[in-house]
Design a protein around this ligand. Sequence first.
Ligand code: S3P
Length: 444
Amino acid sequence: MLLRAAPHGALSGAVALPGDKSISHRSLMLAAMAVGESRIEGLLEGEDVLATARALRAMGVEVERGAPGCWRVWGVGVGGLAEPSDVLDLGNAGTGARLLMGLLAGHAFTSFMTGDASLRSRPMRRVIEPLARMGASFVSRSGGRLPLAVTGRTDLLPIVHESKVASAQVKSAVLLAGLHAPGSTTVIEPLPSRDHSERMLTAMGATIVSEPTETGGRRVTITGQPELRPQSFVVPGDPSSAGFPAVAAALAAGSEVRLERVGLNPLRTGLYATLVEMGARIGIENEAVAGGEPVGDLVVRGGPLRGVEVPAERAPTMIDEYPILAVAAAFAEGATIMRGLSELRVKESDRLAVMADGLAACGVAVEVEGDDLVVHGAARVRGGALIDARLDHRIAMSFLVLGGRAEAPVTVKGAEAIETSFPGFAELMNGLGAEITEVKESLA
Ligand code: S3P
């Protein structure tokens, strides 16, 4: 599907964002591990999360959709999944695949997992290695990629895993496996990554201790074999999805947009801190706590931005936001230097290369220096390019935001990828004043 974004004026209005993707995956999986009925409100009904729901159903968990966003899950208890009779297809979902591998490690049956071309290209060894040390066995394509088979066991060994990358997916996979192991399983991460799993598991009655390390990271320990209490989960709006209308509004003078009930977990808000450093006018109103997470309305006003340097240590708090930050940087005065982006190479696409190429195609001066991305901003950006989303929702949405401020429309090919995380993206943006339309393939 081709979507085209034409230049628009000031944006205005108030919108609610779709549910947080990370918390939605976790709500389904953790509810499945509880004993009894959990309710989920505000679940993201995007392709990625639906793939997780399907996988859980295939393993005997009753998962039922009620009103939009309202789901019920009848948990089978820790270790209670049943052997699936078919391959589990997680589609585009890295979180779905990796967290599920943690759960499957604790079940004494063999399951087979695959995904789309993007997911099949992503590294799984970072999860396979610790889970294998705990006692699960894996057979995978060379390089540790999907498709793979996992055979778990009920008597997993508790381990201490020192992760080389600050990855919430790796941390969560090991913690979920740790649910099935007797005693304490520990993950040490070099920098703190999003802590939704820890918050949710604690609320469900698990014992989790999270403490800072001397080198600025975190050591997280879970005590295995708890009985998890079912919950009423409330999923906040996704701060990563909010980044797209937020940047679109920040870039258009005269804009005023309210993004309601966005999750504001401090391990997710690096984009907003960076935009404020760039001079963006972003206020937070109606702060509250929902489902154990801080939430609030983001009120974004348009105005000039200037380039900044984003330190590598901030990356885990905005890891999914670099594509849209790079778009903001393209319109800022001066250079924006984003440091330490090696993890961007292993996302849904190689986001470092894809952003650099796409920005260059739109007439933006950009350099990749090692793992750093440097974007030289300009008041006017040519646009006028055809960008292939490469099965990456955030690439698609980022270039549609760029097209809204460029001199000539930007067309995105493969825009259906947006469905994985942000159903209704074009309608929401157009409701605020954007000009995103579908174009026929032959007219591209
Ligand atoms: C996620 C963690 C991050 C992020 C992804 C969602 C999660 O991945 O990029 O979109 O839900 O735990 P990594 O753990 O690979 O950094």
